[in-house]
Design a protein around this ligand. Sequence first.
Ligand code: HEM
Length: 336
Amino acid sequence: MNELTHFEIFLYCLGNKWHQRRKMLTRTFHFNILKKYSRTMIEQAEELLVKIQAEVGNNQTDVLPLITKTTLNVMCETAMGTSMNKDQQIISDKYFQAIHRIGQSVGQRLVRVWLYIDAIFACSKIGKIQKKAIKDLHEFTMKIIQERKDYLTNNNVITNADGDDEVYGKTGRLAMLDLLLENEKQGMIDVEGIRAEVDTFMFEGHDTTAMALSFMITRIANEPEIQNSIYEEMLSIFGESQRRPTLEDLTKMKYLECCIKESLRLYPSVPFISRYITEEVELSQKFAMMEMKTMMSSLLRRFRVEPVTKPDDITFTCDLVLRATHPLFVRFLQRK
Ligand code: HEM
């Protein structure tokens, strides 16, 4: 058997595992379940508005730290079924640092071919930093998994592994983690597997949207006409009302959707595709669009955003996601 064939078998095995895990989780993104997630997104948007309110009157605000906490909270609640308490907040600070260190170390390893050899990498400074960061990352996710397990046991929550609308918790919200834990009982996944999936979602689900929103807010601050047009669209949907958005409202936000897509084109949170596909795939990543629409519409209904950082001044750093090298500053003004 030649090397290529081995490689193909390796890919095939990876593909099988990937396929089985995705199948397990895809149902959490069913529209009925997404509807439930929208409540969390709205609540988190409201908390974000409170934080932004405190920034009004300041000459400049660094958007990313505000947004990142919000998107991480969204992921904690929707995917993991847990909300950030004080203890977790402390661990999550370590988590943010860990994410950045892992991202940096992956990038640094990529451009140093001698570090491709695991034994050399393990002894290197970058390897040691990465190992410590992975430990911190796992600490965070394991705590979340344990908390959810305890919650499900203590509250006698019955999870419907079929993932349809009939899933209950105290909050009436399905967490992706519940499905994984249910599958664990049936022997379809082990704790390590659960942790790996949780890590992927926690990372993919919060850092990508945080960067996308931060770039978009900074850009929109520099595009007053476009910002006005989005606001006009909001007026046409909500009038002067301060009411919460419904899913129907979100589907009406066509112009905002175009702006989000354009912003993602200009600032793609994940600027690479490392996948090998064997057939055409049409992507429909609805969760992120719903989250971005909820955040942007809530923000622009209440505040005007004025420029501080100019688009031409933005320089980029890319690790696992596209980042700005320096903080992204804007100024928030109250609309009414
Ligand atoms: C603006 C937001 C987002 C962008 C631009 C984005 C983009 C991407 C891209 C390009 C990939 C493939 C990377 C590769 O080739 O290796 C990917 C993978 C993935 N994303 Fe996102 N994503 C976003 C938000 C999210 C959110 C909110 C979630 C979860 C709720 C999520 C979950 C995932 C997962 C689990 C994978 C791995 C999929 C797999 O294993 O097949 N992403 N994302």
